[in-house]
Design a protein around this ligand. Structure first.
Ligand SMILES: Cc1ncc(COP(=O)(O)O)c(C=O)c1O
Length: 509
């Protein structure tokens, strides 16, 4: 259904005629009349005179104005609806939905798309993953770990072993919740209990399932500000009202105010090596968060995707899920995308049994079960210690890449043009540009030199992020840091000069 209330002009016959540049008298009367009306409206839609979202007048009004029967207008509207050009909503009226297709299809495909699906217009994630796979681009945009550290030999050995000993299990159907052996291995290595684990095709699938499981349109969701863009997109598409909790302050009092004011359905947070800021919440804040969630009876969805990527010797505080010992309020999401590789598409949720069951019922509709072969191979890698050995190697390489990028940016970008803290985990530098420099301008300029960074705006639930950049320092070898920093330095000073030139002169009178 159209998001905005119908335009006044669209509701009246006069408004329609004005848009089409006709009047009632000039509408041809040749028969069959409804075909004439279809042609008139189709032409107006094709030329953009009446645009998507325009509300057509009620059938009765149009019939009276044209001095035709109501059945004629009903037939015309029905024909336009079959062609995908308009859509009727009970009790609301008939709206233009799409222009005619230029292809040879007998209807406009766009007009056939469900109203709920039409809400999905943000292509940031799709653009990101496409750019990450483009060999002509140096992408510092998508969150990709050091893939050259991937334990390829161990993976190949494990796969051969699985195929020769458990081929049957690999190729049969498996349980929607995930293979029992992997669920047990995940619970053993990452905490929780096997029956509380639901294996997923990546953490993003978990966010989608949770949104479908917990959110009704109009429900409020409290989310980190800034926060993970994939979660923002998914919850927004589910119809949630998103409310930002400033993760840089991480003030429990502020959270309590939001809980009282918005009565949210859930809190989503990524409290460990946060994407994009790198922040890790202290144990004290974690306990306060849990206390608030219990007091106000609001579930927490904890995204724990970066937990294993600490860059110092000190591990982060326990997860909210671990601290919530009886697992009564926290649902935890994890993924192998950052620990191993995003191309694996393997993640999991830990939650109470009732939620795991409901999520599995939803999951079976789109993904009867996650691919068995990768589940079995990952089991081997967890059980034989490969994963832990790999994580040690990966973290050492990430440290090198972080230090390389920090050094290169400090060397090449003029002082004051880019501020950032040095994170002690995760994969990103969250960078602040001067207030007059727009992130989009920097991004465009860097892209012209085949380097991609991400602007801050998709990480905010409101209109912010215009002066922030997120740089993924783990995705490129340290040897590329200097070139990336040089390109960014040119892009930032170019955007700064452009902004200065465009700034209105203030006249002193
Ligand atoms: C916080 C967070 N959650 C979830 C995801 C999605 O991970 P996956 O590749 O497992 O779907 C990402 C990916 O960047 C992320 O940063």
């Amino acid at each position: 259904m159209p998001k905005t209330s119908p335009r006044k002009t669209g509701q009246s016959v006069i408004g329609l005629f004005r848009a089409l540049g006709v009047d009632a008298k000039s509408v041809p009367r040749t028969r069959p009349l409804y075909r004439r009306l279809v042609a008139l409206l189709e032409g107006g839609i094709a030329r953009g005179e009446v645009h998507a979202g325009f509300q057509l007048p009620p059938e009765r009004d149009l019939a009276a104005a044209l001095e035709v029967s109501r059945a004629t207008v009903v037939s015309a509207y029905r024909e336009l609806e079959a062609r995908g050009l308009v859509r009727g909503y009970v009790g609301r009226g008939t709206f233009v939905s799409a222009k005619p297709d230029t292809s040879s299809a007998p209807f406009a495909w766009r007009g056939k798309i469900a109203a709920s699906a039409l809400q999905a217009t943000d292509s940031t994630v799709r653009d990101l993953v496409r750019a990450a796979a483009d060999p002509n681009l140096m992408s510092l945009a998508a969150g990709v770990p050091a893939l050259d550290c991937f334990p390829t030999d161990a993976f190949r050995r494990a796969m051969n072993y699985v195929l020769s000993t458990q081929g049957d299990a690999a190729w049969r159907h498996g349980p929607t919740e995930g293979m029992q052996r992997l669920r047990a291995a995940l619970a053993h290595r990452f905490g929780g209990e096997a029956e509380h684990v639901l294996v997923l095709a990546g953490a993003q699938q978990g966010l989608d399932l949770l949104a479908r499981c917990l959110i009704d349109p109009g429900d409020a969701v409290i989310i980190d500000r800034p926060g993970y863009l994939g979660a923002i997109q998914t919850f927004r598409n589910a119809g949630a009202r998103l409310v930002g909790w400033d993760i840089t302050r991480a003030d429990p009092d502020e959270l309590e105010e939001l809980l009282l004011r918005y009565r949210p359905k859930l809190i989503y947070t990524n409290p460990t090596h946060h994407n994009p800021t790198g922040i890790t919440l202290s144990i004290r804040t974690r306990r306060e968060l849990l206390e608030l969630a219990a007091r106000y009876r609001v579930p927490i969805v904890e995204d724990d995707t970066y937990r294993e990527l600490a860059l110092t010797g000190t591990p982060p505080p326990p997860s909210l899920f671990q601290l919530d010992e009886a697992h009564t309020v926290v649902i935890r999401i994890n993924s192998f995308s950052k620990m191993l590789a995003p191309g694996l598409r393997l993640g999991w949720i830990s939650a109470v049994r009732a939620i795991v069951d409901q999520l599995a019922l939803l999951k079976q509709q789109v993904d009867p079960h996650t691919q068995n072969l990768s589940q079995l191979v990952i089991c081997e890698l967890i059980e034989d210690g490969t994963l832990d050995a790999h994580l040690a190697t990966l973290k050492a390489e990430h440290r090198r890449r972080r230090d390389g990028m920090v050094h290169a940016l400090r060397e090449h970008v003029a002082a004051g043009l880019l501020r950032f803290g040095v994170p002690d985990g995760g994969m990103y530098l969250w960078c602040q540009l001067p207030p007059h420099v727009h992130a989009r301008a920097v991004q465009d300029r860097a892209l012209r030199e085949s380097v991609m960074v991400l602007t801050g705006d998709p990480f905010f639930v409101d209109q912010a992020g215009d002066h922030q950049l997120r740089i993924c320092y783990t995705s490129q070898p340290a040897a590329n840091a200097a070139r990336a920093a040089q390109v960014l330095a040119r892009a930032i000073s170019g955007a700064a000069a452009e902004a200065r030139a465009e700034r209105p002169l203030v006249r002193v009178v």
